[in-house]
Design a protein around this ligand. Structure first.
Ligand code: FES
Ligand code: FES
Length: 165
């Protein structure tokens, strides 16, 4: 059975034919659309490596059927930077040493962007850790990740304040 869906991916409209209705968003991104920045860790919703934004909300793309997303707006790690200008969350991960091997990093960054968008991050490291607990890091770079989320949130709140002034 073949079906067709329309998605906006990183700002671009795409009409996509799907041969297998069981294909996940993660496999669609990586295997059909060459967007391999989104990583496959566990493929069962336990590690967060596959986190992307759908309509601004963070989700595990390994648990989401692509066929269920007709009309959705998907943002992956490839869609964050503006040309050579890194997104503030990407810049903060570098500044705060928020990674080691980097395998979990795209998922961590997308989850951080979603969390900051939700307006829930605050500046309490314990709370940030809890709200990022769906994203595992085998290298244990949690301290840098938490600092990066708090740092990026400050930058984004300041930017919003400037834009509103
Ligand atoms: Fe999706 Fe691990 S690959 S949660
Ligand atoms: Fe290696 Fe997180 S930086 S798994």
């Amino acid at each position: 059975m073949s079906l067709s869906i329309s998605l906006t991916i990183n700002g671009q409209s795409r009409d996509i034919a799907i041969d297998d209705p069981r294909v996940t968003l993660l496999d669609l991104l990586r295997e059909r659309l060459d967007l391999v920045g989104t990583k496959k860790g566990c493929d069962r919703g336990q590690c967060g490596a596959c986190t992307v934004l759908v309509d601004g909300r963070r989700i595990n793309s390994c648990l989401t059927l692509a066929a269920s997303l007709d009309g959705a707006d998907v943002t992956t790690i490839e869609g964050l930077a503006d040309g050579d200008d890194l997104h503030p969350v990407q810049a903060a991960f570098i500044a705060c040493d928020g990674f080691q091997c980097g395998y979990c990093t795209p998922g961590q960054i997308m989850s951080a962007v979603g969390l900051i968008n939700e307006g829930k991050a605050g500046d309490d490291p314990e709370r940030v850790r809890e709200l990022m607990s769906g994203n595992l890091c085998r290298c244990g770079a949690y301290q840098g990740i938490t600092e990066a989320v708090i740092e990026a949130q400050k930058v984004l709140v300041n930017e919003k304040g400037r834009d509103a002034a």
